[in-house]
Design a protein around this ligand. Structure first.
Ligand code: ADP
Ligand code: MG
Length: 377
């Protein structure tokens, strides 16, 4: 039984729009099938509360079948008699995909009964779902209590690549953080302030920091309940002597829209009625210079609303600088990865993690339940 993270985006037709996460598990699946295992795949897709037609895994099974170039049988349930029958019919090297595991409420509750029922289908549990390893769910953690549980090749590669940042990174070590929510990043910022040589910030989250410094941020996105944390982080950076870069200029718009009026202003001159949606050109120059000198770079979170053309320059420029740096580069986060792909820099990054949330949790030093369950053995 292999837990994979096939939580992939679907297009308007309901087909897989980006198969990166599926491709990333092919080494594990190939390895197991090649050794004559009967492979049962489990994954979630989206955030359904219970059964939801839109989140069935059929399109995912079709995409996997194309990539493996052989049939992948898909069943419409996870632990019923129909599934047991399908498992019993498996031959060496066959692949069977169960239905979206989150259709069963026992999944997110980490219900021991559900975990036991899943476990009863197989002899060995392999966790290859790094993107879900920070969740203590039945199929990511619970099931490991009832079966010999080991890491898959992707999970192993993710953990070893990310752990290199915490072990003995080449200096200067630079962290670049952006994206929209400051709350997701507080833990990792705190940890990074002890290990990096400089921190660059952008995206929506930097406005809570700008406000914490006393700047007027107009209508920019701000997380009021994060202000204290931000002040503490700025203090810590100062105490540690770690340069903590905030944008000096920003692209502001009068609406959150592609066709909004927009202009570049100094970061301390954002007026009410305007919101910051990208870092400005002066900031890009400053950041580029820091990136150029780094030997190790971790990047999570776009520098602006790169999905809208007028606010994409900062993200594009920083992505290009990272790709051209010659440093060891590690990128985590679905949107950051999407930006790399959009601008064609993906192949020039040392390692792109398939887990945004999970990579931040690992780097901040929080235990990952999906991993802990394996280490117990
Ligand atoms: P990742 O998926 O790489 O971890 P996040 O999910 O944290 O990144 O953040 C990505 C989102 O942040 C993008 O959808 C982007 O539009 C948004 N974003 C970036 N800058 C801003 C900003 N200034 N204001 C609002 N949203 C922003
Ligand atoms: Mg995201």
């Amino acid at each position: 039984m292999v837990r994979v993270d096939f939580n992939v985006p679907l297009d308007e037709m309901g087909e897989v729009a980006d198969d990166t996460r599926i491709r990333a598990t092919l080494p594990t699946i190939d390895y197991l099938c090649g050794d004559g295992a009967k492979v049962i795949l489990i994954s979630h897709l989206g955030r359904p509360k219970n059964f939801d037609e839109r989140f069935r895994l059929d399109p995912v099974a079709r995409a996997l079948s194309r990539l493996l170039n052989r049939p992948v049988r898909k069943v419409d349930r996870t632990v019923t008699d129909e599934v047991i029958k399908a498992v019993n019919e498996l031959k060496a090297g066959d692949v069977l995909m169960l239905e979206n595991v989150r259709f069963n409420p026992g999944e997110k509750e980490n219900d021991p009964e559900f975990a036991r029922a899943l476990a009863s289908l197989a002899d060995v549990y392999v966790n290859d779902a790094f993107g879900a390893a920070h969740r203590a769910h039945a199929s990511t953690a619970g099931v490991a209590k009832y079966l010999p549980a080991v890491a898959g090749l992707l999970l192993e590669r993710e953990v070893s690549s990310l752990s290199r940042l915490l072990g003995n990174p080449e200096h200067p070590f630079l962290a670049i953080l952006g994206g929209n929510k400051v709350s997701d990043k507080i833990g990792v910022i705190e940890r990074f302030l002890d290990i990096v040589d400089a921190l660059l910030t952008g995206g929506g989250m930097c406005f809570t920091f700008l406000k914490a410094k006393g700047f007027n941020i107009g209508d920019s996105i701000c997380q009021e309940d994060g202000l204290d944390h931000c002040r503490r982080m700025l203090d810590k950076a100062e105490k540690n002597g770690t340069p903590f870069y905030l944008p000096t200029d920003v692209v502001v718009a009068d609406a959150f829209a592609e066709d909004a009026n927009h202009k570049v202003v100094s970061a301390n001159r954002i007026l009410n009625g305007w919101m910051g949606l990208d870092i400005g050109p002066e900031t890009v120059e400053i950041y580029r210079d820091v990136v150029k000198r780094a030997r190790t770079i971790f990047w999570n979170g776009p520098m602006g609303v790169f999905e809208m053309e007028p606010f994409s320059q900062g993200t594009r420029a920083i992505a290009e600088a990272i790709a051209s740096s010659g440093a060891m580069t590690i990128v985590g986060g679905g949107d950051s990865d999407a930006a790399l792909k959009k601008y064609g820099f993906e192949d020039r990054i040392s390692f792109v993690s398939t887990g945004g949330g999970a990579s931040l949790k690992l780097l901040e030093g929080s235990p990952l339940p999906g991993l802990e369950a394996l280490l117990d053995k």
